[in-house]
Design a protein around this ligand. Structure first.
Ligand code: IPD
Ligand code: CA
Ligand code: CA
Length: 259
């Protein structure tokens, strides 16, 4: 029932995303930061997702990007990004998705990420693997960073810290290591899980960006930590998600121990 509702809620949000995609006169406003957009589609997707969850689990806790925390006294918490990749969405770039995860007693147990524009539905269940459109997926086999294909993202407001986003990016680019920037953290993580990318790192994410995607990587056989190699929590900002084999080396590149 839990997973069925997760699938239905994710599909309900994705139907809204697809309906608004490339629509003229889309209402767009700006949140805190430069070009941190929210559109009427984000709100409509969120409404469809929450209504679907509430119809079956009226007493579950919900954390959703645009509505914030809908606090309930429950061991279950749904974590929702109604559109991840909103800047892409608003520009007609079909790299955006709906991301929904379920946490129980502080542990992520289910995750779903759906990009209806290219019909890719990713699903993960703790202990039961990850799949793309029903077929099991696995992380890549790459063993060294020098031959890896990486992906990253940048925060809306630039983060001026030592070993910040541009310094790390520069390190890789100077050595000719490809680092892509898709603009959707949930899709970045799913593409690591599917073996398309060998690693993904980002300095500042929110829980809804990564909650479903990090479970996808773990269940596809990968490793996810913060930049200090601590067990990953979506409630802190840093993420390093890899195929596991390049993880230790990636930590060195990010800290500047290797360049
Ligand atoms: C953003 C995307 C992007 C990441 C940003 C996120 P949004 O989410 O995941 O890839 O770099 O940090 O905020 O705003 O499109 O939901
Ligand atoms: Ca997001
Ligand atoms: Ca969003």
């Amino acid at each position: 029932m839990l997973q069925e509702t997760l699938i239905n809620a994710t599909k309900a949000g994705a139907a809204v995303l697809a309906q608004f995609f490339n629509q003229k006169d889309l209402k767009i406003s700006n949140k805190e930061g430069v070009n941190n957009l929210v559109t009427e589609a984000d709100h409509a997707s969120e409404k469809a997702i929450i209504e679907t969850i509430r119809a079956t689990f009226a007493d579950h806790y919900i954390l959703s990007e645009e509505s914030g925390e809908l606090v309930m006294d429950s061991t279950y918490k749904w974590i929702i990004d109604p559109i991840d990749g909103t800047v892409n969405f608003a520009n007609g770039i079909p790299i955006c998705c709906v991301s929904v995860a379920i946490e129980k007693d502080g542990k992520m147990i289910h995750g779903a990420v759906y990009n209806p524009l290219i019909n890719e539905f990713y699903l993960a269940e703790r202990g039961n693997g990850a799949s793309l459109n029903g077929k099991p997926i696995h992380v890549s086999d790459k063993k060294e960073v020098a031959s890896s294909c990486l992906v990253t993202g940048f925060p809306y407001t630039y983060l001026d810290i030592p070993n910040g986003p541009l310094q790390c990016f520069e390190r890789f680019i100077r050595k000719g290591i490809p680092v892509r920037r898709l603009g959707s953290a949930a899709i970045d993580l799913c593409w690591v899980a599917a073996g398309r990318f060998d690693g993904f790192y980002e300095h500042k994410l929110q829980a809804w960006d990564s909650a479903a995607g990090f479970l996808m990587v773990e269940e596809a056989g990968g490793t996810v930590t913060d930049f200090g190699n601590n067990y990953y929590s979506p409630y802190q900002p840093q993420i390093l998600a890899t195929n596991g084999k390049i993880h230790a080396e990636m930590l060195q590149w990010i800290s500047g121990d290797k360049s």
